[in-house]
Design a protein around this ligand. Structure first.
Ligand code: SF4
Length: 441
């Protein structure tokens, strides 16, 4: 008998790749994948356990899906991913509705774990977070047909004092250049046009495996694969931006002129407590250098407010930095004290209401900067990757927009009917804080 399996993926794109790999293996083993939880014999939740709100969302999702054990045909509910890796015993002890947990190091054991759970075993499959995939592992992609995430490394060897990821995902491990190229070639042959490279720190790629950073040669190699139109890189680290990498971003035609560089803060005191190597003046210099070398560059970053010891003057330095650098895209997060991290034990924890107030001030400033930037695009022509249609308008993304993270371009097309995956030229006629509006040129 073939069992039906449903899966919910939470958290970031790196977790989504694991979800797709687990679905691929289950499909290859003869399970039937279903998007409808009420039809599934087996349900899996691939959780995120990075910060408290993500953990809460994961628990809520587990509880929601557990209802299908009463009202649907579900016999087995499994929890995978970061939360399972971080709290396996607690999950099994405190949530009787769970039939097993599978950690981040066991992604390639999913078929065995599902079979054992179906046979009645309450499975604890959590060990060292050591799983690394290669191009040969089956995968079912869940993103749009024209876009695929490619994980180039797993784990993290940085020591940001607020982050639990190294303990959940293990030290940084790069895939080989050949394995990544092979995977991208296969994706291109299958019709993928946009590749999005992800890792906890993409700019570190290669250091563990080759003794030097290899993101630049990797990008040059992928730039030569026919069929691929855009190559986007997410999650960089300022310490990993080399002269060679800047040259690749400015000279390779398929590399999106979009750099995602979480900077976290601009106060030297806060950066030092965060364990982030770069000084504020080096960050400033780096941003100027990138803007000079890469015309039309879109810079995305994230900032964290309310880190332990952050004084009003530190926060003011952050706001001044944001005003000066005018990042086209910036996300702002409130610090969460994560169990087991050095920052959680630091003195000078900032009260919640102060974090909240700083969060709103930083967000308001960024919204103004984003709006002004978007307004500067009115009247220009932009290349748009079509994603779909909503009402009478089509929508898609420019090189400056990562899926799920950034805005969209909504446009009218007259009598033309573009399809998802097409590239079209759009004239921008109006701008909001996030989205742009226009018409087919
Ligand atoms: S670079 Fe820092 S914040 Fe990012 S995953 Fe690694 S330790 Fe965490």
């Amino acid at each position: 008998m073939s069992y039906r399996v449903g899966m919910v993926s939470l958290g970031c794109a790196k977790n989504l790749v694991d979800t797709e790999l687990m679905l691929g293996q289950l499909d290859a083993a003869g399970f039937i994948i279903t998007p409808r939880p009420e039809e599934a014999d087996v349900l899996l939740v691939n959780t995120c356990g990075f910060i408290t709100p993500a953990k809460e969302e994961s628990i809520d999702q587990i509880l929601d899906l557990s209802q299908y054990k009463k009202s649907g045909r579900c016999r087995v509910l499994l929890v995978t991913g970061c939360l399972a890796q971080r709290y396996p015993g607690e999950l099994l002890d405190e949530m009787p509705e769970i039939d097993g947990v599978l950690g981040t190091g066991m992604v390639d054991r999913v078929v065995d774990v599902v079979r054992r759970a179906l046979a009645g075993e309450r499975v604890l499959a959590v060990g060292e977070p050591g799983f690394d995939y290669d191009a040969g592992l089956p995968r079912i992609r869940t993103t749009a047909e024209h876009t695929a995430y490619v994980k180039i490394a797993e784990g993290c060897s940085n020591c940001c004092t607020y982050c639990a990821i190294p303990s959940i995902r293990g030290p940084y491990r790069s895939r080989t250049l050949e394995s990544i190229r092979q995977e991208v070639e296969a994706l291109a042959a299958g019709g993928v046009k946009e590749i999005i490279l992800v890792a906890q720190d993409t700019t570190r790629y290669g250091l563990d495996l080759y003794g030097e950073r290899k993101l630049a040669p990797l990008l040059r190699s992928l730039n030569g694969i026919s069929g691929i139109r855009w190559i986007r890189v997410l999650y960089g680290h300022p310490d990993g931006i080399t002269a060679e990498l800047i040259d690749v971003f400015s000279s390779c035609d398929k590399i999106c002129r979009y750099i995602d560089l979480p900077l976290q803060h601009a106060s030297p005191a806060v950066l030092a407590r965060m364990g982030r190597g770069s000084s504020a003046s080096r960050l400033r210099e780096l941003v100027h250098k990138l803007r000079r070398a890469i015309p039309g560059l879109t810079l995305r970053t994230t900032f964290m407010v309310g880190f332990p010891g952050e004084r009003e003057e530190d926060f003011q330095q952050l706001l001044d930095f944001m005003r000066e650098m005018r990042f086209e895209r910036a996300g702002v997060f409130k610090f969460c004290a994560e169990e087991g991290t050095p920052a959680a034990a630091m003195t000078g924890q900032v009260p919640e209401e102060v974090k909240e107030e700083r969060y709103h001030r930083a967000m308001a400033l960024q919204q103004q900067i984003s709006l002004e930037h978007n307004r500067s695009l009115v009247g220009s022509l932009v290349s748009v990757l079509v994603e779909g249609k909503k009402g009478s308008r089509y929508f898609g993304r420019t090189q400056a927009d990562a899926p799920e993270i950034d805005g969209r371009v909504y446009f009218t097309a007259g009598r033309v009917t573009p399809s998802p995956g097409d590239f079209v030229l759009v004239k921008i006629t109006r701008a909001g804080e996030y989205d742009l509006m226009g018409e087919l040129a």
